[in-house]
Each structure stands twice: as C-alpha cells, then as structure tokens.
Design a protein around this ligand. Sequence first.
Ligand code: FAD
Length: 470
Amino acid sequence: MPDKETYDLIVVGSGPGGYVAAVRAAQLGLKTACVEKSSRLGGVCLNVGCIPSKALLDSSEYYHLARDHFAGHGIKTGKVGLDLAAMMVRKDNVVGELTANVRKLLEGNGIAIFHGTARLAGNGAVEVIPEEGKAFTVKGTSILLATGSAPVEVPGLAFDGERIVSSTEALAFDAVPKALGVVGGGYIGLELGSVWMRLGAKVTIIEMLPKIAASLDGQVGRTLDRILRKQGLTMRLKTRVKEAKSTAKKVKVTLENEGAEETMTFDRLLVAVGRRPLTAGLGLEELGVETDPATGQILVDASYHTNVEGIYAIGDLTPGPMLAHKASAEGIAAVECIAGRAGEVNYDTIPAVVYTWPEVAAVGLTEEEVKKRGIPYCVGTFPFSGAGRARCMGEKDGFVKLISHGKTDRILGVHIIGPRAADMIAECVLAMEFGASSEDIARTVHGHPTFAEALQEAAMAVRKCSIYAS
Ligand SMILES: Cc1cc2nc3c(=O)[nH]c(=O)nc-3n(C[C@H](O)[C@H](O)[C@H](O)COP(=O)(O)OP(=O)(O)OC[C@H]3O[C@@H](n4cnc5c(N)ncnc54)[C@H](O)[C@@H]3O)c2cc1C
C-alpha cells in the first residue's frame, strides 16, 4: 500500500533487531515505519531460530526425561511414546503466539507496517516490492537496516530442502531420521543434533576443527564434548565433508579425516556451518554503503551509522556475535543515537548460551584469551555435584568457572556448564557490567538451595575459601 507520509525512521526487517528498534523509536517520539518481506513478523529468531529450536529442545528434553529419568524419581509413566506431529504443532503454536504478539506491539506503538521486499532507493526513500501488487516507495529521514542473515551454503553441499537441509528444515522434519548427519559442531548443530538424538535419531556431528563449539572456554568445551558423547552423539572431529550425493531417500557422504577417506550414509544431512549477512538486493552497492569484503557485514561506526548519511545498520548484518539479544541491544542503542541520545552496547558483556542439556553459558574472556593477552588471573571452579539443588534434581554434571584479574580481582569471565546455566549467567553479566570482583559475588548472599550457590562457591574458590569444595 503506497504511503504519502515521511517517517522519521524506516526500519527494514522485523527480527529482534528491527522490531525492538521500531518500538524504542516510537517510545522516543519518532514517527516510525517497519518494512518486512515475510508475511510473519519476528525474523529468524521467532520463526526459524531461537524460539522454535528452544520449543523443540524443551519438548524433546521432557520426552527424554519421561522415558529415561522419571523412574529414578519414583514416577511410573508406563510406556512413553512420541507424537512428533503434536510436538511440531505445539512448536508452531508457540511461534504463532509470539509473532502475533510482535504485530500487536508494533501496532500498539503506532508503527506503520509494510509487507514487501525493501530496497534502498536513495534520498531517504525505500522501494517496497510486495508479493502481490505494485511496488511503492516509503520515505524517511533515517533508515535502519536490520535484514539479518541466512545459512551459509557449502560448495558441493547445496541445500535441496529434503536430504541436505539447513536449520530451517531441521526444525520441521515430519519423521525422526534414523541417521542424521550434522555438518558443523557449533551451537546450532549441537542444539538440533540434541533434539533429534533425544527423539531417537543416531546423530553424527562432523566438525572440521579439532573441537566442538570452538569459541567456548577450553575446559568447558571439553566437558560438553564428553557429556554429549555420553548421551549418544557421535563426534567426528578434524573431519570435513568432501562430497555428498542425495538419492530419493538417503544422502551418501564422503568424509575426509587427516588424509583418510570414508563414506557414511544418512537419512538427512543438516548443514549448519554458520550464517552470512543478508544484504543481497538491498541496493547497498548502488548507494556506496561500505561492507567488509571478507564477511559481507555492513560496516558501522559507534552510532551504528554506515558511511552513507542517514543509513544505519544493526544485528546479524553487522560485526559481532550473531545473537538475538545482541541485535536487540543494538536496535535500542542505534535508535537512541538517531534520536540524539547516548545509545551504547557493551560488547565485553554479551552472554552466549548453548541450549544443550546441560546448558552452557558464558560471558567475558575465556582462560585461553586471558592467557593470550598476558593478563594476570585467578580461577575458581565449583562442580554442580557439590550443589544441593543440583543433587535434588539429579543433575550433577558440569561446573562453574570464574576468572578474575590476578591483581584487582575484577571479574574477567564466567563459564558455566550445567543445569539452568542460561539463567544463571544473567547475574554474572550484571556483575561484570558493574565492574564487580569475585569477592563481591562471594559475599553476596545466594538463596539456598539454588544452582546459583555453585556460582557463589566458584567465586569463593578464587580466594581458596570455598566452603564445600573438597
Ligand atoms: C536455528 C537457530 C537458532 C538460534 N538460536 C538462538 C538463540 O537461542 N539465541 C540467540 O540469541 N540467537 C539465536 N539465533 C540467532 C538469532 O536468530 C539471530 O541472531 C537474530 O534473529 C538476528 O536478528 P536480526 O534482527 O538481526 O535479523 P533476523 O531475525 O534475521 O530478521 C531479519 C528480518 O528481515 C527481513 N528481511 C530480510 N531482507 C529483507 C528485505 N530486503 N526487505 C524487507 N525485509 C527483509 C527478514 O524476513 C527477517 O524477518 C538462532 C538462529 C538460528 C538459525
């Protein structure tokens, strides 16, 4: 639908970067429009990313608990069965509710929503090409690009949507594959591999590097590898896929490991080797918007301004971790800058979470990074097996590791592998934002019995005064 208005801000993309930015802009009194090419708002995160993957992780974890763990708690469930179709309907309902909520949020804040593919047309104009009907132009003083990212396609492993698939299809298989190959041992591969393993698939993770989840603290990464193998995931490290051939029902894969070749056959092959910024067709080249030639990311300054007047960019499009909360934080900061305020994101305290079970969560520097930078440091660790609450739950795997500065005791990083790590990391992020020391956490009274007591004990262990460490 054409529009005669001139907006203060046009946001392109309605993912967690775009829709959050649009709401904040409206709060700050900017007349705002949002252009989204999909009929559903919410971006990758709500539709084919964070939310559906966590819905399936939760459902598959319940299934696994009912099948393998309830008996240990004295609960008789009889024969536990799987209704995959119902599990998928539930996931779709969760996604549907949340995306509908984004529409309500935008409408409730008076934000104009235009559906269609956007392209920069110069002079504050965005051309919108709807699925049906004629293209039209929306005009704005500032334009914020938040078009996100798409899965990287590996040469020789082109997605066919059936046998060789991306995370999008792996969130919606209509049957549990007997054998699932996962190319890429990053968080997406490990999470979706865990889902299908819990539901009964034989899952093989194929990773080129010598370790999975390479950005994690080494000690945490090794522990995760050991626990996931114990759960049944097969890890093929230092291994690359040389070739994959699909037939009607199978995909035959040639693997290469340190010069040796081997073939494996899977029902499906999930390729999850990373994501690339989605800039094609935006018209960046025509306007001269600068991008990183190596990564394709849009280059911005501290105010999220590109090199072209009035054009801003955030989220998966720009450098930094490709995470929903990073996109949202940047959306808020960018809009605050546009509105003349002092928007800012602290990139040193962006938490990262892997939603396997146990969960992994981290913030700040790893021990390897601290060593590499030559920073004097102290480490305190505490195992969940020593935390009463974890024992009540029957979850004894994992630990908390806290790294603080050797001289000032300021916290440099916290790495958690264990139950509810995703929620526990928030306290550590806050502590780091406030420049807290390990002693600050050690002297903070934590409720008993909670998982967070393991964090307090790890903080105490930094100064060798953990009460429960043996
Ligand atoms: C399987 C999976 C699981 C994930 N799990 C997590 C997680 O647990 N936690 C986490 O923090 N992150 C997770 N992520 C990453 C997270 O989804 C992204 O970092 C986040 O969605 C990026 O937000 P964004 O706003 O930059 O872009 P997106 O969410 O990608 O949104 C971009 C929007 O722009 C629209 N668009 C694109 N081009 C145009 C155009 N030309 N015109 C108009 N509209 C356009 C798209 O349709 C889309 O709606 C996951 C990703 C995947 C794939």
